[in-house]
Ligand binder design. Sequence first.
Ligand code: A2P
Length: 320
Amino acid sequence: MENVPTVRLQTGYAMPLVGLGTWQSLKEEGQTAVECAIACGYRHIDCAWMYQNEDEMGKAITKVIKENKVQREELFITSKLWSIFHKPELVRTGFMKSLNKLNLKYLDLYLIHTPCGNKYVDDETIIPQGSDGKTLFDDTDYVKIWKVLEDLQKEGLIRSIGVSNFNKHQINRILKECSVPPAVNQIEINPYLVQKDLVDFCNNKGIVVTAFSPLGSPTRPWVSPEEPALLKDPSLEEIAKRLEKSVAQVILRYLIERKTVVIPKSTSPDRIKSNIELFDFELTKKDMDAIGSLNQDFRVLAWPWLVGHKYYPFKENYSE
Ligand code: A2P
């Protein structure tokens, strides 16, 4: 079983460098994936209300604890406030829904999933649209949401609070206007979207960066054949062949050497296992530079339904 190193958050808590991503981990398959991951040595599971599978994640977490495969204290469980719960009076409700589905007494990390809010219609309407087909926005200032997260943290319901998909300007506002700094910013990063500026900025502020879609999300529903296929990149294939590792392992190792936490999603037992076998090899500076030079600023998840929102985070360039 792998023993995964951790990074220390500003709150003092340790966060495992590799976690299991759960977006698109559907229902029972997702539940089995969590159980398999725990058996392989994962202790960090990345969840979100938006993924609509927190019931199953909760069942799996409850099962592994009940069967003594792991203690609650050894686990690092993240969830995220979805955009329909941005009104200050809905933030606690949104949080409690996730906490209850996950069947936990506290979360290790809770993130604002996106700075952009959407109108609440009902729990099942994840991206609400008007009769004209346009997305219904909610313009609540994320600083107001942050202050509710600070209260939840003070009450002991969350150990560390953070953000996701926030740009530098948005993080700076939280740093200036709030009392607790974000422990984490979870953003899309992979060799085709290296995000150097934003990662450097977060590191300088002591904010740990988590890389989502580290493998370029090859099975995203909107994938098109014209788009670059990260896992088939010839330069990565060459490095992987030389090191006798998979392309996925080379990418994940590259991200870890950049001091980012990785959360690859898989429901395949073999890939769940291999995605954590990252600590018996290193990349040379030459390999790191070669992988970094693959950057194309290609964003897999540009949140197109939020373009035009007051707080859309990817204006002008990819990190501002
Ligand atoms: P599967 O669940 O069948 O393993 P990302 O984390 O970038 O969003 O990528 C997740 C996608 O990549 C999933 O479709 C997952 O499929 C696939 N995947 C996960 N691990 C690997 C791997 N080691 N090699 C190839 N594909 C992988």
